[in-house]
Design a protein around this ligand. Sequence first.
Ligand code: ADP
Length: 632
Amino acid sequence: MSDTVEESKQHTDGAQTHGFQTEVRQLLHLMIHSLYSNKEIFLRELISNASDAADKLRFESLSQPDLLGDDAELKIRIEYDQSAGTVSVVDNGIGMSRDELIENLGTIARSGTAEFLKQMSGDNKKDASLIGQFGVGFYSAFIVADRVVVESRRAGLAAADGVRWESDGQGEFTVSPVELERRGTRIQLFLKEDEKEFADAFRLENLIRKYSDHIGFPVSLAGGDEEEKVVNSATALWTRSRSDITDDEYKEFYKHLSHDFADPLTWSHNRVEGKREYVSLLYVPSNAPFDLWNREAPRGLKLYVQRVFIMDEVEQFLPLYLRFVKGVVDASDLPLNVSRELLQQNPDLSSMRSALTKRVLDMLQKLSQGDDYDAFWTQFGQVLKEGVVEDPASSDKLLKLMRFSSTALDDDAQTRSLEQYSEAAADGQDKIYYLLAENHATAAASPHIEKLKADGIEVLLLTDRIDPWLADSMREFEGKTFVDAASEKIELPDSAGEMTQEAANEEHKPLLKKVRKVLKDRVEAVNISQRLVDSPACVVAGENDLSPRLKQMLEASGQELPESKPVLEINISHPLLQRLDRETDDQRFTSLSNIVLDHALLAEGSQLDNPAEYVSRMNNLLLELDSDSSHS
Ligand code: ADP
């Protein structure tokens, strides 16, 4: 038995009481309170689970036909009893053994759930959308029921191995043995006093039609005086032709598939014929799941072969950076006994994978033409950036999907595409300038881009954690090359009429030599800057050096980096540098030179190696200021 279930009490009749795992208690509590206005979704969730159970049995019966016995038609039945105030969802699917029942309906297996639940605020509306990201499920039964009884018998087990699970959703559940004539699961909801309206033929029929029309198994309704009747059309949605499917049906199917209760942002449904024949139905959710960044989190598409469910979470169909995509692939020519190992080794699969990747990127390209793309980018932009790093073959398509903060925009909430950058660039500008920084404010105020800004040249501001790697992978976009505005060699456009760096260095040789001598332990070189306007100085990375931002990040993560010194650039027209140039006192010259360098480092968000020394220099300078003024 599971060790995560908290306590258990043995009763004389063979029943055993268990406490729910803490996370389940919290989830139950939140669900009942925050999903109140969405309560009817309980039926969708229970029908989804029943359909999954039928899928699993059909799959297991491929290798063990006996499991089906004399009950081979897999189906789902909704029963209601108006006078008793009950609704039941009954399936003849795979069922659960005693241990499975305790594990599945007493714990939540997804790692990170506890932290996720901590984010809940108590604000019902906000929490409702958070729970949507988590995916609701069986526990949603307690939104409308104050008592739930589950009876289940695992396919292949004997009638005497049936189990009954019962709970009021308050903190405990009881499990007891029960004789069950048939395999499968019955979930009976004892509706709360004010939810009894659900035990009604008309209401249920509408809900079943809404939630299960696209499910590949018949769903029937039984109760009252009426005869049992099948309510849905019982054809798997993706097998139908696109023109016969409404948007609402696509959306409902997504919710069935994902347990998300927000609509998807977009989807793409295609039939591929030829060497490999398959149907794919791919969805982009509107919210990132809470465990998007957890590398072990479930992800991937559902695989069917000729409508038979084979397995969940098939990761081989899409690259990791498209892990947010949900959907179904129904391949008609894969063997029914295909295994994960076989999928991994199947060389044909790589062409399917690149075709599906292309499908998703095309779908995103279409999405990017409309208003929903901002929402997509906020949720998934950082994941998509991984693609530029990991999938050079798709680089052209991916770069078009990137969005950036930019000096051409008023605030950091807005973004631009590279196409917009290109269009806005002056004729003849063959570079795309970018700057890496820790945050938007540091980037926007960075000395490195003063000249570019003054000349009206747009600079993209890259501040995400992944951006140093992204920048490293961005080589060229539509004929323009990417240039780091903080790199040592930077060609500014249209520098005609201005001196080259070599000439400027030559003109100020004595000063440069003196500064270099004083700072020789701290900098690689000192140059006259071409890129500064208002600031006295900045540091840039040497030609073969890591970018300063990447260095900061690697250092912060505790990595030892090889010793490397930055290049100092000074702005010779700045009064502070002119003051330095005139300085005759050696000690003052040394002190001022060091402060100029310290300030350049601080301005780009770097740490000083010796902050105490800086403070003492600065204090001396301030004291001099004081004695200067008291003498005057
Ligand atoms: P999810 O469906 O997201 O995994 P649920 O809380 O809805 O989460 O269900 C937990 C587990 O209980 C399911 O993964 C499944 O193994 C099992 N389960 C739920 N309903 C049924 C059912 N009708 N038949 C068999 N197993 C079920």
